[in-house]
Design a protein around this ligand. Structure first.
Ligand code: PNS
Length: 167
């Protein structure tokens, strides 16, 4: 099958994201992971390039995956590359509402682009970037949620430090 885009904020990337990337890479010839910003959420702690560097380190073992940063609309990113499939991960039914909304918004703007959902492994049903951020900020243990190769970076970048947000 052709190439797909797997977009997300990846703030930070988690084992759930890697699981979805591995599954997508098993289905499609190539997967472009695109690191964007969700303006409906709090602004990301790290820049797009910094998050992309974490994603690259987390998915380096997957041969047919590349990582890019996206600054505008997802549909423009896809059209510029002539890619017609967007992959999103679903942990459970709670993810579905927001993901369906995004898929329908994208379809309204770009009917030729299809969104495909991949269900992540049940082991990662409780894992989220927001949980990793919160636990890291308080110095807690996130090794069960974050790829080992980026664990130290995540703890440093999302822990209490010069860049930490006041809470
Ligand atoms: O990690 P998330 O919150 O699922 O990522 C959301 C993201 C970055 C994929 C989404 O907000 C996005 O596509 N942003 C780019 C701007 C855009 O195209 N918005 C319209 C579709 S919602």
């Amino acid at each position: 099958m052709s190439t797909a885009i797997y977009p997300g904020s990846f703030d930070p990337p988690t084992l759930g994201h890697v699981d979805v990337a591995e599954r997508a890479a098993g289905i499609f010839e190539g997967v472009v992971i695109c690191v964007g910003s969700n303006v409906r959420k709090d602004s990301a702690r790290l820049s797009g390039e910094e998050r992309a560097a974490l994603v690259r380190a987390a998915v380096g073992h997957i041969g047919n995956v590349e990582v890019e940063v996206m600054s505008g609309l997802l549909i423009d990113f896809a059209r510029e590359r002539d890619i017609r499939v967007v992959v999103k991960g679903l942990r459970d039914v709670r993810d579905f509402g927001a993901e369906q909304e995004q898929a329908l918004l994208n379809r309204t703007m770009a009917p030729e682009i299809e969104t495909v959902f991949v269900v992540s492994d049940v082991r990662y049903g409780f894992v989220s970037s927001s949980a990793v951020r919160e636990i890291s900020l308080h110095g807690g243990e996130v090794r069960e949620m974050v790829p080992g190769g980026i664990l130290e970076d995540v703890q440093r970048l999302y822990g209490r430090g010069e860049r930490s947000k006041r809470i």
